[in-house]
Design a protein around this ligand. Sequence first.
Ligand code: DX5
Ligand code: ZN
Length: 226
Amino acid sequence: MRPLQICPSILSADFSRLGDDVRAVLEAGGDIVHVDVMDGHFVPNITFGPDVMKSIRKVTDKIFDVHLMISPVDPYLEAFAKGGADVITVHAEAGPHLHRSLQAIRALGKRAGVSLNPGTPESVLEYVLDDLDLILVMTVNPGFGGQKFIPSGLEKIARIRAMIGDRPIDLEVDGGVTADNAGAIAKAGANWLVAGSAVFKGGADHYAVNIEAIRRAALIARGEMV
Ligand code: DX5
Ligand code: ZN
């Protein structure tokens, strides 16, 4: 089993004090910074680009997991790599040349990820499994935080876990993750759990307890905690 990582999505952070909020959520126990980039074209919302990401890169050495919900994506890969991304994930639906995007990310020295929308079958992964380091299963339609988990994602996670076999690939789940479903998600085989609203709810005083609740549920399901 690959290590469990809890990845707070900074989409739910306070954008007026982004650096401080990122620092706070990491001090509260977040393992990885999940950075949601939206373009108002591939998804019906807009967030921020590589320059904003670069400015928050200064507050931590933790892994930056950059989820690009943009199309086209290839022209922007270098800017996100230079801006401090460690993992760069592109959507399988965002362009016609998935393999080329993954090669470009690895050529920039970064770990390459593929994300699938809830309606996209996992068969699109079949011919790129040896060209990626992470698979991100969306369990909401991307664009907004605070949506409800789509339950068919669980079966999909389990099928992708089986496809991965013993390849060194992390399996990430994003959308509607809470302490209530984290156990089922971990049991299905995901090891990176993204959470926005479930982590940031209640304000900074609650970050630690929110993260701990998700981690605990997942660890119990993995048999790593009683
Ligand atoms: C949705 C984003 C998610 C989002 C998750 O398009 O990719 O990362 O922030 O938010 P919650 O955990 O609130 O569903
Ligand atoms: Zn995301």
